[in-house]
Write a protein that binds this ligand. Structure first.
Ligand SMILES: CC(C)(COP(=O)(O)OP(=O)(O)OC[C@H]1O[C@@H](n2cnc3c(N)ncnc32)[C@H](O)[C@@H]1OP(=O)(O)O)[C@@H](O)C(=O)NCCC(=O)NCCS
Length: 186
């Protein structure tokens, strides 16, 4: 059966990306409340401070306005929003920033790699993006490993860091350009 056109298929059967919805806020809470989910991420802080619902609303609005936004990862007919992947545009630099998370119970199966690959592919092939960036905490080896496996490189520059509980978090900038992605995935 052909899926509705607002879904992005991944290379894994039945694992699809669909546009973020208001009800996904509850799934974010579930994932972040798992003790394996890193507490030092902005998403964890959003849940702790109750800001995640407002964040979801703002992402739904971005999507409605046709702006870069988030997609939720569904295992069709089984489980909704096991994680998310998104692209956000920095208004000043116009850089497209990639972000993603997965419920820890689904880690270690290649699901997030497939989800990120599907969105990056969509951005380069359908949205004609030229470069995609990601900012990764130096401690986050699972995340940097995922990006490296997909062909991203370290730019050598720091990413936009963030402050959490009065502590500054430094990130590394990763990137990939359209030609490299297409050559790698031809
Ligand atoms: C970062 C994160 C998404 C990675 O999740 P993940 O499940 O490890 O990612 P992948 O989908 O790439 O899976 C890789 C693992 O699956 C295994 N795997 C199994 N089958 C696989 C397949 N067909 N293809 C690829 N990997 C496969 C790999 O061996 C690897 O296992 P390992 O980590 O034990 O070596 C997850 O740790 C997460 O949500 N973290 C919190 C949020 C976060 O840090 N976001 C990024 C902020 S920059």
């Amino acid at each position: 059966m052909t899926p509705p056109s607002n879904l992005i298929e991944t290379e894994i059967p039945r694992v699809v990306l669909r546009p973020i919805e208001y009800l996904d806020a509850q799934h974010i809470e579930d994932a972040v409340s798992d003790e394996r989910f890193p507490a030092q991420l902005p998403l964890s802080e959003r849940v702790r401070t109750g800001q995640h619902k407002v964040w979801v609303e703002s992402m739904v609005l971005s999507r409605t306005l046709g702006r870069p936004s988030f997609w939720s990862i569904d295992i069709s007919t089984k489980e909704r929003c096991i994680g998310q992947v998104g692209l956000l545009m920095d208004k000043q630099t116009t850089k497209l920033w990639l972000a993603y998370w997965l419920h820890p119970k689904h880690w270690g199966q290649g699901l997030q790699k497939a989800a990120v690959a599907a969105l990056v592919n969509y951005a380069f092939r359908e949205l004609q993006a030229r470069e995609i960036f990601a900012a990764v905490g130096q401690w986050n080896e699972r995340s940097s490993g995922l990006l490296t496996r997909l062909g991203f490189s370290r730019s050598g520059y720091p990413g936009p860091g963030y402050e959490l509980n009065g502590e500054n978090h430094i990130t590394e900038e990763f990137f990939i350009d359209r030609q490299k992605w297409i050559d790698k995935n031809a």
